[in-house]
Design a protein around this ligand. Sequence first.
Ligand code: AP5
Length: 219
Amino acid sequence: MNIILLGPPGSGKGTQAQFLREHYGLMHLSTGDMLRHEVECETPLGQQVKNLMDSGQLVPDGLVIEMLSQYFDLPEYSVGIILDGFPRTTPQAIALDEMLERKGLDIDHVLEIQIDENLLVKRISGRFICVDCGAAYNEYFKIPVESGICDICGGRDFKRRVDDDTDKLRMRLRLYREQTHPIVPYYLGKGVLKTVDGAQDVEKVSKDISLIIEGREKP
Ligand code: AP5
């Protein structure tokens, strides 16, 4: 099963990707995580994209497509994938179709997580991440069970993302509206797009996603 998670910054794509990975054994491909890794490792790609990412702009299509296609050809990604943060533009959607076709694969579900933009400020400004395992927390909605200790790996170091401030969020939301949301009709036309209410609590969003991918949703 291959799934695309579509939604504005902070809508919960990464959170729900973690759920899908744990419950359905799918591989998680987050272009944001990959790019942040490139930046942290100061690779040539990382050096090229750092300023764009820090300021909340999109990385050029060619660079992202090239990076993702390297993962696509690895055998471990044949079990089924969750694409989180890709595609983000029409050229990326077309490139994805070509990558899938090369491997004889298809997208089974595109899940658009819809949410009022006003709710995203707390989601983004409150987010902090475990340095060791990348688990996401939120000072308003989800703090670790034991203060200062990651629930998943026991790590004690947390960090915030450079692009998680209100001004940059505004830019990221604008780019989502202008460049990413226009791919919705592309997937509607393919008959694979469903919407999910992302304003609900995490567990309810996960439940709705399960109903869709297991074909048990109410008509
Ligand atoms: P990326 O890493 O993809 O960031 P994003 O799309 O802006 O999304 P976020 O990671 O901010 O949010 P999310 O939807 O995953 O929410 P999360 O689950 O974390 O991209 C970053 C940058 O990389 C881009 O700006 C661009 O520069 C570059 N880039 C990446 N891909 C690219 C591409 N394809 N093309 C070009 N450039 C690209 O949740 C957020 C917070 O809310 C967390 O604290 C979480 O705990 C909390 N939360 C989640 N769900 C709920 C809920 N239901 N209720 C309450 N709190 C919740």
